[in-house]
Write a protein that binds this ligand. Structure first.
Ligand code: P6P
Length: 357
């Protein structure tokens, strides 16, 4: 059965020559995110519209953040607030603003029971009756803000597990397999909103003049194998023997196997993830002797990315198991994070576990 939420973009220019037929109204305007999400709701038996409303509020938050990111250089929003967050990192003004915006729209949606953010030490009860949990990194890659490098917002949505009216912090500590939707916004030359609610992955591009996201990349599939790798090789000496062997292998000359791979590394997770999702290849942030559990956060960075890549036919691992199978113990726990084309990820796991030398 074709997925009713798969609304192929109608062509704006008729494929044949000049036609006397008037352009169909639908062929002038693409599919908006709002329409796409609504179509998903109509296709979901028993849908109440709460999930749709929650997604629309997240979209509103991302559009508000976009305006400030675009004007940050002029609006004096760059530079540090002087505060430090639970990660011990200097909090930049845009981080704080993005966090406040998302907390506000989630509370106003009335459907978020519990929220957790990289910028908040503890999980926060949003609305007692809200049946959803939203975990997010409001502005990932913020260390790149001052140099005008693309940054992003990452989120995951789950259902609350505990029946009590008052949300329970345990509702946030669920394995990624229980994610019902996840996505990211990439604030690059365009603002792109990439979303999956369990029926494949779609991307929407913001038209700033209209203030709407339009479907630009329906049904994204991550290529089964790519030709680039993305890793901070400055950590090479700190990696395990198996990971160093993988890195050496991926750079060896072997024309038959398409190596060496090209090296691409922005140092902003959402930018590196988006390229890997569209072009294939592999992103790797392994554990090392400095970050023994890895650097990236499980709940609001690794899990959303893992959900998206698996939905697009790719894979995501900590080097030994799927990221989505990890049972969280604490809100801000870190994990090694490797994702991308499924064959490239499988090669990495073989080297990392030293099954391959
Ligand atoms: P490194 C940015 O600070 C970030 O949290 C992610 O966006 C990015 O993938 C990673 O850290 C980069 O880390 O150690 O290479 O600078």
């Amino acid at each position: 059965m074709t997925d009713p939420t798969r609304t192929e973009r109608t062509s704006i220019i008729p494929s044949e020559g000049p036609t006397s037929l008037p352009l169909q109204a639908s062929s002038v305007v693409g599919t908006t995110l709002r329409e796409h999400v609504l179509a998903g709701m109509h296709a979901a038996p028993g849908a109440t519209g709460q999930f749709t409303s929650l997604l629309n509020h997240i979209s509103l938050g991302i559009r508000i953040i976009t305006t400030r990111v675009r004007a940050a250089g002029l609006a004096g929003m760059l530079g540090y607030t002087g505060d430090t967050n639970v990660q011990g990192e200097q909090v930049q003004k845009l981080d704080a603003f993005a966090n406040d915006v998302l907390v506000n729209v989630l509370e106003r949606s009335g459907h978020c029971g519990l929220l957790a953010s990289e910028e908040l030490d503890e999980a926060r009860f949003a609305t007692n009756s809200g049946k959803y949990v939203v975990l997010f990194d409001p502005l990932d890659g913020s260390s790149n803000i001052d140099t005008n490098v693309s940054i992003g917002t990452i989120f995951a949505i789950l259902r609350r597990r505990h029946g009590e009216i008052v949300p329970h912090v345990e509702d946030a500590l669920q394995p990624g397999r229980r994610i019902i939707a996840a996505g990211y916004a990439l604030y690059g030359p365009s603002t792109i909103f990439v979303l999956s609610s369990g029926h494949g992955v779609d991307a929407f591009t913001l038209d700033p003049n209209v203030g709407e996201f339009f479907l630009s990349h329906p049904n994204i599939r991550c290529p089964e194998r790519g030709n680039s790798y993305s890793a901070n090789e400055g950590n090479y000496a700190r990696w395990s023997k198996g990971v160093r062997r993988w890195n050496d292998w991926v750079r060896e000359e072997n024309k038959d196997e398409g190596r060496p791979y090209g090296h691409r590394y922005v140092g902003s997770l959402v930018a590196d993830a988006h390229r890997t999702l569209l072009k294939g290849g592999i992103f790797a942030y392994p554990a090392d002797t400095k970050n023994k559990k890895g650097k990236l956060r499980l709940l609001y960075e690794a899990n959303p990315m893992a959900f998206l890549f698996e939905q697009a036919g790719g894979a995501a691992t900590d080097g030994h198991r799927s990221i989505l199978d990890i049972h969280p113990d604490e809100l801000h726990q870190r994990t090694p994070l490797i994702f991308g084309s499924k064959h490239d990820v499988a090669d990495y796991e073989a080297f990392a576990s030293e099954k391959r030398t």
